[in-house]
Design a protein around this ligand. Sequence first.
Ligand SMILES: Cc1ncc(COP(=O)(O)O)c(C=O)c1O
Length: 387
Amino acid sequence: MKISKLAQSLGQSATLKLNEVANALRAEGKPVIHLGGGEPVEAIPAGAAEYARNMIDGGFVRYTPSSGTPALKNEIIKYTEKFYGIKPEKNNIVVSSGAKQAIFNFLVSVLDKDDEVIIPVPYWVSYPEMVKLAHGEPVLVRPAKGLLATVKDIESAINNKTRVIMLNSPCNPSGQVFPEQTVAELVELCERNDIYLLMDDIYNRLVYDGMKAPSAFRYAKRPLNDSIIVSINGVSKTFSMTGFRIGWSIAGEELTKAMIKVQAQVSSCPSAVSQTAAVGALSEQGDFVENLRRGLEKKRDILVAELSKLKKVRLDIPHGTFYSFADFSAYDPDSRRLSAMLLEKALVAAVPGIEFGLEGHLRISYCASVENIVEGITRIRKVLDGE
Ligand SMILES: Cc1ncc(COP(=O)(O)O)c(C=O)c1O
């Protein structure tokens, strides 16, 4: 049977691959600890559950407008005003089935064949594949040093085919936060060169050590409807609602219209129940996000302390997300081989750094339970340091 060249060219999701092997081992009765996950273990906000339950009990669950319900857009407007300092209109918003679909809508709406998209390394595994799906060309930019590309690194990759720069701060997988100065300079660079700046803000409230992941809109000279900035957010990470699949984009009106057309043809609209649940989460936030953030910061501290006991690991402390991205190259420079060995010998799943574009590292999540974090790293230490 024919499979398109495009589909054949796509990589399989690294985490799904890891899950398959981990699940197979579990099925054999082995006590695998999964430190490769990408979602909080905490329960969803009570408001989200209540709103969803009420809708289902009401008996009517129908298509919604393609770009999302007015009720959810109203909450997103309030949320954006509070956390970004700009007030979008409803026609600047598309609610999607996860931030992932929002990013895809955007790429399909702005890329023509062979247009280039600059992606700083290390990157979220899906970015290059999504660019390829939109017929674009991913251009991977390695930082000259450390885990954060600088404006100079990024600028040197710009040419007349560059349409988009994708920035994720704090970053999956490194947990690093791009400095304010970098974001400000990138906004200026993109405005000057008419290049879109895709800000993937999905983890922007999960930052620690008193740091902030500033909104790019703060540095914009152009008004929102003429903006090169597109901001992506959602309830998956900050509200522990990954399974609801609700994300959104904030962008200029003309681009938003194009993104709505794309989404309407692909999936009609996001789930009505999930949108209602998201209204519940956003309208009754209370301390939910702050409690989640504080809990994750404590788990981050525990993971960092455990990792520091390994003799040859080098770690840049993560200041956001729920991932760490430590350099294990002194044990094995081949991260796939190391990850497979640790899964087999320590029964611990960690994602190979090469999947995020940077060899020699492992992405170890701290969204697992404290017991699993401690036990998982202890097992890794026993295998690698023999103690
Ligand atoms: C950087 C980044 N962006 C976007 C997403 C997708 O989020 P959603 O679940 O809303 O599709 C993820 C999920 O892992 C992510 O890590």
